[in-house]
Design a protein around this ligand. Structure first.
Ligand code: FDA
Length: 504
């Protein structure tokens, strides 16, 4: 698939013959740079050296996506699929390998959301919609319905559901992908498949195991919506090291994963401060006794409580107290435009108080330090067996850690990304082992990459290095589902699932 100049031209001709010209942006098009940049969230992957697509296709219906696959197969050009462009390694629009011939199918124009209030309450949502657009449509349909997915409203539905997806409702309702009841997929033959026609294993695989764009192009998803009370309560309590942050954090590790499912308390740890950020599915009056009884050390009182509707909490938690519900419809935000690097861990045994003290003094105090985000598990996310979906981080997990760093110019990358790498190395004895687990939606190429041109067995064995971190034992079943739907590995990239024959 290192296609020649001639086959690239043939590919473009094939595409122009099968779809309206205004939906196709070749590199020579004056609009190519702006269409490419339109959903790039990390300027690290938009440099003059970044390997760019031959062209970008922006389907407005399923047949355009099908034609892209058919033309790509015929002329030796691979496709990368982009929904919201939030991929942490930019793999939806760039290749790490110079010279690779690929095109981008950008689904930003396929973004309708149709809510059925039910019962059962469901929505059909196109992959190119953002989480904000989905939440907004759900909130407009009913103040008593919600969808459990990530915090950032500009994240794309397509990539998010493909890799799992969790946010403030994860303890009550589990993952976004746990709520998918049907989907429309364009496979590597260009066929349009639904739940029944794609088969049991492929439908299992796309709900959390497709974060690398491995199984085809998912155009839309049918999801179950969940009930929420008319009033929810949010609070943020910040504790500095001087105010006892180390002890409170050590305690939080035991308390937060075992709280009632209606209560979610995450932590942002940065500098000398741990900020405890919470969503409670109920009123302040109901919340306070629970906090006093279960976590008195945090000292939550009535002044911390902010009561609102669930849809208001979506805007409030991510965009701040001045944000309105309409703001979650913006497809871009300033936060998205900074350079960043992230990776993740899972904790199964509480980290000692001394280690937390060392994390503050040795790591968070550095001038180039970033932050740690701790999301507690337990509740619904832990109730499902590890093999129910490709996402295996269920029972026994106390919390997820995300290590992140941000910066503003390319010259800061070595120090800022280096901080993430060095802290990740330091954390090894304190986190899950064999495998050291990681979250597929926090994609990290430091965990490993596919080997180009390796045979089936070698690709699978090489892929286990990163694949079992994301998927544990489910990686093998994913590789078998891949073989069923895309045996020639057409949808492939640096961290896509390799095909594995059942008998191997
Ligand atoms: P993008 O379009 O870049 O796609 C990501 C991957 O999925 C790529 O490999 C792509 O090829 C593939 N893909 C995309 N659409 C597809 C489709 N329709 N069919 C098949 N494959 C497809 N996560 C979380 O769980 N909770 C959270 O709160 C957050 N918050 C958050 C904030 C910010 C600022 C960022 C940048 C990221 C997050 N995430 C997150 C992580 C996020 O869930 C993850 O990056 C998603 O994959 C992003 O999906 P997009 O569609 O935006 O990305």
């Amino acid at each position: 698939f290192h296609s020649s100049y001639a086959s690239s031209n043939d590919f473009l001709r094939c595409l122009s013959a099968s779809k309206p010209k205004q939906l196709l942006f070749a590199q020579s098009s004056p609009r190519f740079p702006s269409v490419l940049a339109s959903s790039v969230r990390n300027p690290r992957f938009l440099t003059p050296w970044t390997a760019r697509p031959l062209c970008i296709v922006t389907p407005t219906n399923a047949s355009h996506a099908q034609a892209a696959v058919v033309c790509g197969r015929r002329h030796g050009v691979r496709l990368r699929v982009r929904s919201g462009g939030h991929d942490y390694e930019g793999l939806s629009y760039r290749s790490v390998r110079p010279g690779a011939a690929f095109a981008v199918v950008d689904l930003a124009r396929l973004r309708s959301v149709r809510v059925t209030r039910g019962p059962p309450a469901t929505a059909w949502v196109d992959s190119g919609a953002t989480l904000g657009e989905l939440y907004h449509a759900v909130g407009r349909a009913s103040g008593r319905l919600a969808f459990p997915a990530g915090l950032c409203p500009t994240v794309g539905v397509g990539g998010h559901l493909s890799g799992g997806g969790f946010g403030m409702l994860l303890r009550k309702h589990g993952l976004a992908a746990d709520h998918v009841v049907n989907a429309v997929l364009v496979d590597a033959k260009g066929r349009l498949l639904d739940r029944n026609s794609m088969g049991r294993d492929v439908f299992w695989a796309i709900r959390g195991g497709g974060g690398g764009g491995s199984f085809g192009i998912v155009l839309s998803w049918k999801v179950k919506l969940v009930p929420v009370p008319p009033t929810v309560t949010v609070f943020t309590v910040a504790k500095s090291v001087q105010e006892g942050a180390v002890d409170i954090l050590a305690k939080w590790q035991e308390v937060a994963p075992a709280l009632p499912d209606d209560l979610f308390v995450r932590v942002l740890v940065q500098g000398r401060v741990a900020s405890f950020q919470s969503l409670y599915l109920g009123t302040c009056d109901a919340l306070l006794p629970v906090m006093r009884h279960r976590f008195p050390a945090l000292g939550v009182n009535r002044k911390h409580c902010k009561e609102m509707t669930w849809i208001q909490s979506v805007a409030y938690v991510y965009l701040g107290s001045g944000a309105t519900v309409e703001d979650i419809l913006n497809r871009t935000s300033a936060v998205d435009a900074v350079f960043s690097k992230a990776t993740s861990d899972y904790v199964r045994r509480g980290i000692s108080r001394d280690t937390w003290a060392e994390i503050f003094t040795r790591w968070l105090a550095k001038p180039d330090a970033g932050l740690m985000i701790l999301d507690p598990y337990g509740g619904k996310i832990a109730d499902m067996p590890e093999s129910a979906t490709p996402f295996p981080h269920r029972g026994g997990v106390l919390y997820n850690i995300q290590y992140m760093n941000f910066w503003e110019g390319a010259n800061e990358e070595a120090a800022r990304a280096g901080w993430v790498r060095d802290l990740y190395t330091f954390m090894e004895p304190h986190v899950s082992k064999n495998p050291r687990q990681a979250y597929a939606n926090y994609k990290d190429l430091w965990l490993g990459e596919n080997v180009v041109g390796a045979g089936a067995i070698r690709s699978f064995e090489a892929g286990r290095v990163w694949g079992e971190k994301y998927y544990k034992g489910n990686f093998r079943r994913l590789a078998m589902a891949k073989r069923e739907i895309d045996p020639d590995d057409y949808f492939s990239n640096e961290q896509s699932i390799p095909p594995l024959a059942v008998q191997l």
